[in-house]
Ligand binder design. Structure first.
Ligand code: ATR
Length: 267
């Protein structure tokens, strides 16, 4: 029986098991395949991954804080994972550990229109921002990066491209992608980020990778001002769909995945 998992620390909040098991059921593979959450601390990560092929695992998603470690231990890397410097998808076949990154294409799939030629602002310079900046640059967007700690946005742009912007004018951008942790702990995005609630408008696309049960304050304000919005659950669904395709070779059932990912977790 092929097994799949998400490895994280913490991981109990992850919606990937519900979403991926719903996908497997929809594909008629639910009797055979199963997807679970595995809590693993950083110092135990490598040993845990290396034991997985012998335990019938076909693959795994990797989330915070293991995306760099996943890349480092792999035998083979996709071009995308290597260039971003992080992996969110591992596959075990033929005794080899292969690392991919579906965060970048997942973000692109979730956008309502191509970012080619668009002016984009990425907020944040952590691991999530790297995949977003890389994806938008590959598609030919003009990317500026703001981060609270300016040295990190400067380093990210020096490595991947794009231009740091320490005082962005939000009205200038056609696409804004919020990749920081702001909102996860109830922080006010308009106090922590260089954005005004009233500064959005029609013609803009606003993405917030932070998700919960309610629309984020950022997306609520953007939508009220007429901007198109994409929430973190849609991006989660799209990256998960691409991972599922890598492991099973099957086209992912997006509607079943969305419905499961949007169902609030039971307490
Ligand atoms: P991830 O892999 O999820 O991107 P990370 O690498 O820890 O996580 O990065 C967290 C991001 O959230 C960083 O850009 C961080 O900004 P700093 O580099 O200045 O730490 C940002 N962040 C976290 N809390 C924030 C806050 N209250 N205001 C602004 N940015 C914040």
């Amino acid at each position: 029986m092929p097994r799949l998992a998400v490895l994280g620390h913490p991981v109990s909040h992850s919606r990937s098991p519900a979403m991926q098991n719903a996908a497997l059921a929809e594909l008629g593979m639910g009797e055979e395949w199963a997807y679970e959450a595995i809590e693993v601390a950083p110092d135990a990560f490598e040993a845990r991954v290396r034991s997985m092929p012998g335990e019938d695992f076909a693959g795994a998603n990797v989330t915070v804080p293991h995306k760099g470690a996943a890349l480092a231990l792999a035998d083979a890397l996709s071009e995308t994972a290597r260039e971003i410097g992080a992996a969110n998808t591992l596959s075990f076949a033929g005794g080899e550990i292969r690392a991919d990154n579906t965060d970048a294409d997942g973000l692109l799939q979730s956008l309502p229109a191509s970012p080619t030629g668009k002016r984009a602002l990425v907020l944040g310079a952590g691991g999530a921002a790297r995949a977003v900046v890389w994806a938008l640059l590959r598609e030919g967007a003009a990317v500026n990066v703001w981060n609270r700690t300016e040295s990190r946005s400067a380093n990210l742009c020096a490595e991947l491209g794009g231009e740091p912007d320490s005082a962005p004018d939000q009205g200038e951008y056609e696409l804004l992608v919020q990749t920081t942790a702001v909102g996860l702990g109830g922080e006010d995005p308009f106090a922590e980020l260089p954005l005004d609630a009233g500064g959005f408008g029609p013609g803009q696309v606003v993405v917030d990778l932070v998700y919960g049960n309610e629309p984020s304050r950022l997306l609520a304000a953007a939508e009220a001002a007429g901007a198109a919005v994409v929430d973190g659950i849609e991006v989660l669904v799209q990256q998960g769909a691409l991972s599922l395709q890598i492991w099973t070779g099957r086209e992912a059932p997006l509607d079943a995945m969305r419905a499961a990912a949007r169902r609030p977790p039971s307490p």
